[in-house]
Design a protein around this ligand. Structure first.
Ligand code: ADP
Length: 318
């Protein structure tokens, strides 16, 4: 079993007698694996499919495998944010996530890479009840006294997601989630109608989210859809590719329309994180953030979903 180096301050270094620097020769990924990752030989590099944005490879070595993603066009900020999210979730020790080891730039390109723990994935999706329970444990354990936000901005899909620490949830969700996406839709598509409706909704948000004055910030994966939920070879749930921040727990279900959670998932989750009064009345509001993001990412096919949700909330909040 490979002993883990730390993400921010790797502890591993090789005995000076090994001539690894020559082998590593300018490739920062090989260099890190050989000098700090504890390996003395890379035996095979194979590509891993299934990602949306980056190129993924498995590096097999004499001390086990590493999972490496590279992007030729984006600097290290995106992977730094992914690593920070993975690290935050990993630290809760509640649900399996790959431990991030290293992020860096690829010399002489605009690109970057992330090296993380390789997890042997199984063919099944794993138990939904286990996923629900462990996600609940993560929400319960992952807390902060800094408010709502995260210590780093990140991306949701490829859309920027701003996470400045904010004392109050309604303000955070209004300004940095719905408000930001609405502004982007106006800028990208000139959709003034949707923007104007959206502004009316933002004004009603304190009313629609009333009763949440004492809501505790908890660590969210932030982009929990089926593509980011897998299981390891023992069938235990693994969550990948986060857009982490500290928020209201219910916002985690904003992507549930793409997640396929079944009743056993929710039963197990609510046993750990009891359902709060008004949960059902807020679900569409939390989905709206992701529908707006889909409109921004993929175009007007998502416009009517956005409009329908806004209209339905405006109707009850008048
Ligand atoms: P992208 O950033 O391009 O969306 P992903 O993070 O989704 O890439 O990774 C692509 C695929 O690689 C995933 O669908 C999953 O099957 C596999 N994968 C992701 N992380 C790991 C890991 N740590 N260990 C093993 N396989 C992984």
């Amino acid at each position: 079993q490979r002993r883990p180096p730390r993400f921010s301050a790797p502890r591993f270094s090789h005995p000076p007698s090994q001539p690894l620097r020559i082998m590593a020769d300018g490739d920062p990924i090989r260099k890190w694996i050989l000098e700090e990752g504890g390996a003395s030989r890379i035996t095979r590099i194979s590509s891993v499919g299934g990602g949306c944005i980056n190129t993924a490879n498995r590096y097999e070595t004499d001390v086990g495998s590493f999972f490496v993603k590279t992007n030729r066009n984006i600097g290290p900020e995106m992977f730094e944010a992914e690593a920070a999210g993975l690290d935050a979730m990993f630290s809760t020790d509640t649900i399996r996530v790959p431990k991030p080891w290293k992020v860096g730039s690829i010399p002489r390109t605009r690109g970057s890479y992330i090296i993380m723990e390789y997890i042997e994935l199984g063919s099944s999706r794993g138990s939904q009840a286990e996923l629900g329970r462990q996600l609940g444990e993560m929400h319960k354990t992952g807390s902060t006294d800094q408010g709502f936000g995260f210590h780093m901005d990140n991306t949701i899909g490829s859309t920027p997601q701003h996470n400045p620490w904010t004392a109050d949830w309604v303000t955070f969700f209004r300004d940095h989630r719905l408000g930001f996406q609405l502004k982007l839709i106006k800028e990208q598509y000139g959709d003034n109608d949707l923007y104007a409706k959206g502004q009316r909704l933002l004004e009603k948000l304190p009313l629609l989210l009333q009763g949440l004055d004492n809501v505790q910030p908890c660590l969210l994966h932030g982009d929990l859809w089926s593509g980011n939920v897998v299981a390891d070879s023992h069938g235990s749930p693994v969550i990948l590719d986060p857009a982490c921040y500290y928020g209201h727990s219910e916002a985690e279900f904003g992507m549930s329309w793409c997640a396929g959670f079944d009743p056993t998932f929710y039963d197990a989750y609510f046993k750990v994180m009891p359902k709060q009064p008004g949960f059902e009345q807020r679900t569409e509001l939390y989905k709206l953030y992701h529908y707006l993001n889909h409109y921004n990412l993929f175009g007007s096919g998502y416009r009517s979903s956005c409009t329908n949700i806004i209209d339905s909330y405006l109707a009850v909040a008048c």
